[in-house]
Write a protein that binds this ligand. Structure first.
Ligand code: PLP
Length: 407
């Protein structure tokens, strides 16, 4: 069948399938062709969903809890979400200030779709989760990427925020701990950003707290609405069970925010998915109301792997790796390898060519270009200990073959 008659909508003109997905798919295809590949691309915990959560889903299925639910989430799940926000973050939300959706991604999509007019700007600190850029664009907005320096811990500074704000700014995206950097905002960082925000009442904030539970070394989680309750009338606090409870496939995310914004997001949701999966919601109730030991065990494993990754990468000539405070990613700097030559005399011109070169050694990482800040690469350590050890040794081997001006 020929599809020459097909014409995509203009709104898709700047949007492509995420390079993260296409690179991971390429590495999987190489593996299928018989190449031994270690793939460090995963954006999801490698742990299984805890049994008490699966059991709750089975009970829901057996009880016939298999119909549409209330548009913005079942009353039982909304109660569990309200209790979670109060318990963990000291935030009070009434039922009509909460929405549950098909993943945090749909929450973000609802929010952008409900608020952006053509040309409205959204400030996205880089390195960023790639989808922020595409969701803003597909909704007609203009993503304004602001580069955050490693020397500032990959965090947005108040000065950079002030400079990025224009009369068209609608939103600032904050994500802590962050994907891909693993960097976490402390109370004083959020307080400093707030003093800029208080001078610009037209700027609203999305606090994407999806990695809240994955923090190491006793670092305290902080979210903007708790730090500055007086700004809560323009903050959407976003969270979900995907990362905290190893539930990426169940597709449940949620948010709390101003009633008027939530009502507008509900309109969008009513015309897209109607409601999130009833089974996923029943599972999420068990996740939010249940024991936190499985989370603690998972985080303890991630912390050990984080230390291994940082030690290995930081020890490679030409690489440097800041110690992330959370999530399950390392963001390694490779500036010293840009301009290096391979044994076949080809040039490493940027982090994409470095990632391509690592593929030849059987290891897949995601170049920093995908996250708006180069030259870096992201390594996800949501994988087995043996894959981690083998993949790290392949990176060490690959980098040792490169000739730089210093070697
Ligand atoms: N926010 C960030 C920063 C993420 O990294 C991801 C997933 O990778 C999401 C949101 C989406 O999470 P969900 O699976 O709940 O849609």
């Amino acid at each position: 069948m020929t599809d020459t008659a097909f014409r995509a909508a203009e709104r898709l003109s700047t949007i492509r399938v995420s390079e993260i997905l296409s690179r991971s798919a390429h590495a999987i295809a190489l593996r299928r062709q018989g190449k031994d590949m270690i793939i460090f691309g995963a954006g999801e915990p490698d742990f299984d969903t805890p049994n008490h959560i699966k059991d709750a889903a089975n009970v829901a299925i057996a009880a016939g809890d298999t119909k549409y639910t209330a548009l913005g989430g079942s009353p039982t799940l909304k109660n569990a979400v309200a209790a979670k926000f109060l318990r963990d973050n000291g935030l009070h939300f009434a039922a009509d200030e909460l929405i549950v959706a098909t993943g945090a991604k749909q929450i973000l999509y609802n929010a952008m779709m409900a608020t952006l007019d053509r040309g409205d700007e959204v400030i996205v600190p880089a390195p960023y989760w790639t989808s922020y850029i595409d969701i803003v664009s597909i909704c007609g907005g203009v993503p304004k990427s602001v580069q955050c320096q490693e020397a500032d811990g990959f965090l947005l500074t108040p000065e950079a925020l002030e400079q990025a704000i224009t009369p068209r700014t609608r939103w600032l995206m904050l994500n802590s701990p962050g994907n891909p950097s693993g960097a976490a905002y402390r109370r004083q960082d959020l307080a400093a950003l707030s003093s800029v925000l208080e001078r610009h009442p037209h700027v609203w904030v999305i606090s994407d707290d999806i990695y809240e539970k994955i923090l190491f070394d006793g670092v305290d989680f902080q979210t903007l609405a708790s730090v500055r309750p007086d700004l809560a009338h323009r903050i959407l606090t976003v969270n979900g069970v995907s990362k905290s409870h190893a539930m990426t496939g169940w597709r449940i995310g949620y948010a709390g925010g101003p009633r008027s914004l939530i009502a507008a997001m509900m309109i969008v949701q009513s015309q897209t998915t109607s409601c999130p999966s009833s089974i996923g919601q029943a599972a999420a109730v068990a996740a939010l109301n249940g024991p936190e030991e499985p989370i603690a065990d998972m985080v303890a494993s991630f912390a050990i792997r984080r230390d291994r990754v940082v030690a290995a990468l930081d020890g490679v000539a030409g690489l440097s790796c800041r110690r992330p405070e959370g999530a399950f990613y390392a963001y390694a700097g490779c500036a010293a390898l840009i301009g290096a030559r391979t044994p076949a005399d080809s040039l490493i011109v940027d982090d994409r060519t470095l990632a391509d070169y690592l593929l030849e050694f059987g290891v897949a990482v995601i170049p920093g270009a995908c996250f708006g800040l180069s030259p870096y690469f992201r390594l996800s350590y949501a994988c087995s200990d043996s894959d981690l050890a083998e993949g790290l040794s392949r990176i060490v081997k690959a980098c040792a073959t490169l000739t730089t001006a210093d070697t």
